[in-house]
Ligand binder design. Structure first.
Ligand code: ADP
Ligand code: MG
Length: 409
């Protein structure tokens, strides 16, 4: 039995026209001889009635810090609504379909509220459907913990549901349908000449996704890579092929048995970051202070990133929504923690940039030409990142995209 998993994102199901379009895609895939397993996200974005963020606001209006258990309960409702709607729509159009929530679909997780990891998938109900020629529609982004609690998989988690199901069902391909043409050299909402990458390796797209390109969840890519299942990112609205993600890279001839990866794949960004600066030089007792800082923040579940440690100065970042809490903890330890709010990280990502001289110089040049101050900077084998003020983020992304001529083929 050939199986295609198709995941439809929040904007792909929001209007009757779009649901008709989705119906035709599913019908045509079946006519080409493949069974279809569908995963859905919640409909729409903040402000729209059944979007995940709208549901979150509803409960946060009565309690700013609701229990994580209750948060997961309400956040799991959006996918149930969109899934029931799509199953009913398909059934009304002569395509018998049945909806399953995460538990009914057999998505078993580690039970971590808000960021659960899928441990195993037991897809009996889904296989049963396929054997009876019924299209299974599965709520993405949710599963159950060992104690039976409903949990969610973190933002973008519907992609992960699709990959996990693809792996469990040995799917031929996993299609992620969204509101852009595919994986591009930068977010097309920011960079108008961003170019579609028609073919890309799992590794390259994983780097992009980890550095902030939210077009696909990195965990979904890892699962597909592990199982060797091709992943395609496509637009719901167009017939174009989108981006094919495999292990083969691009421009590779049949004779060459190696993976070709680009020097620079794309430019990414992450907003809502705060930088914390601690002047170690001014402290009376410096011994072990870094350890104390990171231990106390970890105890309070605050995750830190981009650590730059010098004998006299400690810099690191936290997500903006934990910044004030982090500062308060540091102040109780009598540490002078200076907070720089409204930062964003921009990154130049490329799996094959390592060892190529001059990439860092080009990054500096691009930002200098735009008079964008760099608050902090770092690099790894696969990326160079700079922390900038949020107000410079879009310009920084555009400047880097231009500097590396990513808009040109
Ligand atoms: P969905 O609801 O379909 O999962 P998402 O909003 O999670 O959609 O992901 C799609 C969005 O990802 C696009 O609308 C686009 O703005 C954004 N995006 C960020 N970086 C990229 C990139 N490099 N290529 C394509 N899209 C990107
Ligand atoms: Mg998404």
């Amino acid at each position: 039995m050939r199986i295609t998993v198709q995941k439809y994102g929040g904007t792909s199901l929001s209007t009757p026209e779009l649901r008709n379009r989705v119906t035709e895609i599913i019908r045509s895939t079946r006519e080409q001889g493949s069974q279809v397993v569908v995963v859905v996200s919640a409909i729409g974005r903040l402000g729209e009635p059944y979007a995940t963020d709208t549901l979150l606001h509803l409960v946060k209006a009565v309690n700013p810090e609701p229990a994580t258990r209750e948060l997961d309960m309400i956040m799991s409702c959006g996918e149930i609504i969109s899934g029931v709607l799509l199953a009913s729509h398909l059934s009304a159009h002569n395509l018998p379909a049945r909806f399953f929530n995460g538990q009914q679909a057999g998505i078993y997780t580690d039970g971590q509220f808000g960021n659960a990891h899928i441990l195993t998938v037991k897809p009996e109900n889904i296989i049963d459907c396929l054997n009876n020629n019924i299209i299974p529609i599965i709520a993405g982004f949710q599963g159950i913990g060992q104690n039976g609690e409903i949990v969610t998989l973190g933002r973008g988690g519907s992609d992960t549901t699709a990959s996990a199901l693809g792996a469990a069902l040995k799917a031929e391909v996993i299609d992620i349908f969204t509101d852009v043409e595919g994986v591009m050299t930068a977010d097309p909402r920011i960079v108008s000449n961003a170019r579609l990458l028609d073919s890309i390796t799992y590794n390259e797209v994983c780097q992009l996704a980890r550095e902030g390109a939210k077009v696909v969840h990195p965990r979904a890519v890892e699962i597909a890579m592990h199982c060797g299942i091709p992943l395609r990112i496509k637009s719901t609205l167009s017939d174009s092929m989108g981006t094919l993600i495999t292990n083969n890279g691009y421009g590779i001839s049949d004779q060459v048995n190696s993976i070709m990866e680009r020097m620079i794949t794309g430019i990414t960004y992450t907003s809502n970051i705060a930088q914390i600066r601690i002047n170690i030089a001014a402290l009376q007792d410096k011994k072990g202070v870094e350890l104390k800082i990171f231990k106390s923040l970890a105890q309070e579940n605050i995750s830190v990133d981009f650590i730059t440690l010098q004998p006299d100065l400690l810099l690191f970042t936290v997500m903006a929504d934990t910044a004030l809490r982090a500062q308060a903890i540091l102040n109780t330890m009598s540490l002078p923690a200076e907070l720089v709010m409204n930062c964003a990280k921009v990154a130049v990502v490329g799996a094959a940039m390592t060892g190529i001289p001059g990439v860092m110089a080009q990054v500096m040049e691009a930002l200098n030409e735009q008079d964008i101050p760099i608050l902090q900077c770092g690099d790894s084998y696969t990326n160079i990142w700079c922390l900038v003020d949020q107000e410079h983020m879009q310009n920084a992304v555009k400047a880097l995209h231009d500097k590396f001529e990513l808009g040109k083929k």
